[in-house]
Design a protein around this ligand. Sequence first.
Ligand SMILES: Nc1nc2c(ncn2[C@@H]2O[C@H](COP(=O)(O)OP(=O)(O)OP(=O)(O)O)[C@@H](O)[C@H]2O)c(=O)[nH]1
Ligand SMILES: [Mg+2]
Length: 218
Amino acid sequence: MKVKIGKKILNANESFAEKNRRIFAKNNILCFNMISSPGSGKTTILVRTIGELAGKIRIGIIEGDIQTDLDAQRIRKTRAPVVQINTKGGCHLSAAQVNKAIKLLPLDRLDIIVIENVGNLVCPSVFELGEAAKIAVLSVAEGDDKPAKYPEIFARAKAMLINKIDLLDLGAQIDFNIKRVEKDARKLNRKIEIFHVSAKTGDGFKNWCSWLMELSKK
Ligand SMILES: Nc1nc2c(ncn2[C@@H]2O[C@H](COP(=O)(O)OP(=O)(O)OP(=O)(O)O)[C@@H](O)[C@H]2O)c(=O)[nH]1
Ligand SMILES: [Mg+2]
């Protein structure tokens, strides 16, 4: 019974995901679904990315949070169009919620939409939203065992940002083996693109933003 209900939810989600895909295709928009644990730095990365790409790529954001519009407020300061969704307890965004949000964005004036999913390394990875690709974020403060312990998102992501690399300067005070993370992630996903970034200092943003630019031209 449980399995049947679970399948029905996923099927209903898939039909909205397909609608979203069609809307993105019609408007020539590249959509990313950004997924990570709470606090890995998704919003900070987005604010800096919007700044770096200003005048080059037009980016719209959909913010997913359980409560508050704090993240949308941060994005709004960049002047990028943003819509906040509150799931009120839900641990991931659904394609139906995203479908409503898309309609509030100026689609004819956007090249890329990034959906910042609810902070959670597990549930969001299995709910398709109609995105072209998933982006996983892992911050060095979370520990280097995460791709091995939470494989789903790293197996499905087109790219992974290893964020807060500025903290590696703390040396022995922080235990994070980047090589281990990369090895574990590549074991799950041979093609995953990996970027080392600090949304605080801007390190690594040149490569990450060039990659986004290249993809949006295709
Ligand atoms: N040192 C350091 N701190 C960072 C970096 N990126 C983000 N932070 C800090 O990490 C905290 C969380 O950042 P957010 O951008 O809110 O993280 P988030 O993933 O959007 O969080 P949720 O939306 O709650 O899931 C904030 O205090 C940021 O200032 C970084 O590269 N280095
Ligand atoms: Mg956030």
